[in-house]
Design a protein. Structure first.
Length: 227
């Protein structure tokens, strides 16, 4: 299925009409835009190198999306960073973050019961332990791949200067270790404190610029608030 070309004219100061022919919008490009994949770079009619066009495209996308331009500019890392910053990956990260935070409602003791009448002391609904652990493990693996890719694109020198990156990485590694111990050794017989559940809100803080600014403002005015 071929799209139609869009032809438009632009009136300039010298009075000449310059014809601009936009490339046809094909079904493949429409699906790519709908899913959220990055658009391909067409360098057939350009005298610049592919690397130069890729750098310009990534920096422009960073400016449009209000993202930092502090990242590696080699061809391989730019391609990874462009895919990493596309809408599809960001939406998947939000879904994984939402699922990980919502697990607290389903884990024992769950927040669901047959009736809400407290006089009957209804029994809590028990969800399958193995299923919840598998879902949590998938989200933790996603977080680990996500933060490792982010650190690789930015570089260790810049990543170690950011507190939330280091905290996100440490909490993810610890959560994966505790999750593996719970699956392989302890299993469902343990009823003590699980620290990885306490650290879950940190995933939300690292992924939200608004939460970071709010915590920074609270930390800055903490002495004034206490006084």
């Amino acid at each position: 299925m071929r799209g139609r070309e869009t032809v438009s004219s632009v009136n300039t100061v010298d009075g000449l009409d310059h014809i601009i022919v936009s490339p046809p919008v094909t079904l493949k490009n429409r699906l790519r835009n709908f899913v959220g994949l990055p658009k391909p770079i067409d360098d057939d009619d350009c005298s610049w190198s592919t690397h130069t066009l890729l750098c310009a495209t990534v920096f422009l996308e960073d400016a449009v999306n209000y993202q930092s331009i502090v990242h590696k500019v080699s061809n391989h890392y730019l391609l990874v960073y462009r895919w990493f910053s596309c809408s599809l990956i960001q939406n998947l990260h939000r879904v994984a973050l939402t699922i990980n935070l919502c697990l607290a409602f389903f884990e024992r003791p769950s927040s669901f019961s047959i009736t809400s009448d407290v006089r009957d002391r209804p029994a809590r609904i028990v969800f399958p332990y193995v299923l919840l652990m598998i879902i949590e493990g998938v989200t933790l693996i996603w977080f680990f791949v996500y933060i490792c890719t982010k650190i690789a694109c930015l570089g260790i020198e810049h990543a170690r200067k950011r507190f939330w990156f280091i905290a996100f990485f440490i909490v993810t590694v610890y959560s994966l270790c505790e999750w593996f111990v719970m699956i392989a050794v302890v299993r469902y017989s343990y009823d003590g404190i699980r620290l990885r559940r306490i650290f879950r809100p940190l995933f939300m803080v690292e992924s939200s610029q608004l939460m970071k600014k709010a915590l920074k403002a609270v930390q800055k005015d903490l002495v004034t608030i206490i006084a």
